[in-house]
Design a binder for this molecule. Structure first.
Ligand code: 5GP
Ligand code: ZN
Length: 113
C-alpha cells in the first residue's frame, strides 16, 4: 500500500533498525521503546489489522508469533516477554498495518494498562 508507514519501512523508503527479515515477515526496533526489547514484527503483505485479517492470513499471523519466539531466544529474554497486538483506536492502535509488538527484558505487570 503506497500511503502506509510500515509498507514504506519494508521498502526502505523510511529508515528503521531492522532486526529480522524473511520472505513473509519483517521486524524492526520500535522508535519509542517501552522496554529494553521492543520490536515490531510485521507481515510484508499489507493487512490493516487483526480485525481485517482473513482466513488466508492465518499462516501469516502464526509466522509473526514464531518470529517473536525466535527473537526472544536470540535476545535471551525467554524468562519473560510479551507479544501484544493492539486492535482498534481504544487499544492504542495508531498504525494500521498489522504489527505484533515483542516487549521484554524487564519485569511485566498484569493486567496491562
Ligand atoms: P500501535 O500503537 O499501533 O500498536 O503501535 C505502533 C508502534 O509503532 C508504536 O509503538 C510506535 O512507537 C511505533 N512507530 C510509529 N512510527 C514509527 C516509525 O516511524 N518507526 C518505528 N521504528 N516505529 C514507529
Ligand atoms: Zn502497509
Amino acid at each position: 500500500m503506497t500511503d502506509c508507514l510500515f509498507c514504506k519501512i519494508i521498502k526502505g523508503e523510511i529508515p528503521a533498525r531492522k532486526v529480522y527479515e524473511d520472505a513473509h515477515t519483517f521486524a524492526f526496533e520500535d522508535i519509542d521503546p517501552q522496554a529494553p526489547t521492543h520490536v515490531l514484527i510485521i507481515p510484508k503483505k499489507h493487512v490493516r489489522g487483526l480485525k481485517e485479517a482473513q482466513v488466508e492470513d492465518a499462516e501469516l499471523i502464526g509466522r509473526l508469533h514464531l518470529v517473536a519466539a525466535e527473537l526472544g531466544r536470540r535476545r535471551g529474554i525467554e524468562d519473560g516477554y510479551r507479544t501484544v497486538l493492539n486492535v482498534g483506536p481504544k487499544s492504542g492502535q495508531s498504525v494500521f498495518h498489522l504489527h505484533l509488538h515483542l516487549i521484554g527484558g524487564r519485569e511485566m505487570k498484569w493486567p496491562p494498562g
